[in-house]
Structure formats: C-alpha cells, structure tokens
Design a protein around this ligand. Structure first.
Ligand SMILES: [Zn+2]
Ligand SMILES: [Zn+2]
Length: 208
C-alpha cells in the first residue's frame, strides 16, 4: 500500500508518496513553499524528488529541497529546456477558461525567477522507482508539456501532474503545448483504470 498526502502550495499541489522504505516528493510548488515542504519531507523520509514537468509552479523549490535533503531530482529530459525558459514550449489554450488560466500563469512566470539546477536523473515511461523505497512506475503523459510524466503506485493510484486537472470533475488539461498528444495522454490515463487521480491543480478524485 502506498499512502499519498497532498500538500497545498498556493494554487499548486505537491504530493508525498510513501512506500515501504521511504517516500517520493512529487513536485515542489512555487517559490516560498520550500520551508513548508522541508519538515514534511524529513518526516516522511523523502528519498527522491520527481518533477511532473518543467513549469515554474511545480519546480521552484526543487533546488532548495534537493540541497537540504540531499536527495536527487528526477524529471523527463524533454522538459529540460523549460528550466531555462518556460516559454520554450509555447502553450495553447482551450476555450475561454483555458485562456484565462494561460494569462494568469503567464503573469506568474514573469514575476518569478527559477533558481538554477540540473536534474540528477532522467525518467522515461515505465521506469520503476522501487529503488527509492516506493513501488511506483513512471507513466509518460506528454502534451501539457513535451516531458510531462505521471506516477502510478502499486495500488493503482495515478499522479498526473497537469496532464489533467480538476475543477468540478477530472478534465483534460486546458492549456497544453500539443493538443493531440495531450488528448492521447488523457486516453492513456483512463486506459490504466486508475483507482484514484491526483492532480497538480484541484482536489484528488478517489474511489474511481
Ligand atoms: Zn503545467
Ligand atoms: Zn501547474
């Protein structure tokens, strides 16, 4: 069994996934939330930081937490360019709500700088993370960004980052670098028959 704890970091969710021997932190939130996450990460014995994608609101405390906890940072290689500049993968928006989200997040991107870091590990679809004490697998979910990934736990819960989000019910990403890929990734998520979904934004959907 894996236990999953959602940690609110402003408008972004970070998640602690506990395994038999330690835990993984999934995403690190916007600047200013490192101090909130650090004691929780210590308490849960975090051994790895996984970034679901390279958007600023998910990665800003990665360098701080990695340094403090002395644990590696892992992400997909295709989002490496976003660590230099989030605009390297221009986003398109779906309908009016998507355009609103896009304009809000763009404002956020301009206001904040990314502390520089390099990931220590690159993750691919199917990678097994049990080496870090948690029985979970990487699921590639490109579309929102080219390097978007999720994690599937041994009990079938899926952490999807921004590949989907939840406002009322689980919905496909409203902003994306590639719509076709995003739609394929949403189909892939449902085909995995998740027992629960955890999103980068919004409340989890449990008991699916
Ligand atoms: Zn995002
Ligand atoms: Zn996000």
């Amino acid at each position: 069994m894996s236990r999953i704890k959602r940690v609110h970091c402003g408008d972004v969710n970070c998640h602690l996934v506990q395994g038999e021997q330690g835990a993984i932190l999934v995403d690190t939130g916007r600047a200013g939330y490192g101090e909130k996450l650090l004691p929780l990460c210590r308490q849960w014995d975090v051994r790895l930081i996984v970034l679901t994608h390279g958007h600023l609101d998910h990665v800003q405390n990665a360098a701080f937490l990695s340094q403090q906890l002395e644990v590696p940072i892992a992400m997909h290689r295709a989002d490496l360019e976003l660590l230099e500049d989030n605009d390297r993968q221009p986003m398109q928006a779906h309908r009016r709500l998507g355009r609103l989200i896009q304009s809000l997040s763009r404002r956020g991107f301009q206001d904040t700088l990314l502390p520089p870091f390099q990931p220590d590990l690159y993750l691919e679809d199917g990678d097994d993370l049990s080496h870090f004490g948690v029985n979970a697998q990487v699921v590639a979910l490109p579309g929102h960004t080219a390097g978007s990934i999720g994690l599937k736990t041994e009990d079938g819960a899926l952490l999807v980052g921004d590949a989907m989000f939840r406002l009322f019910s689980p919905a496909p990403a409203l902003v994306y670098a590639d719509r076709r890929q995003m739609e394929d990734s949403v189909a892939k998520i449902w085909a995995l028959h998740p027992t629960a979904l955890y999103f980068g934004h919004g409340r989890p959907a449990q008991g699916l």
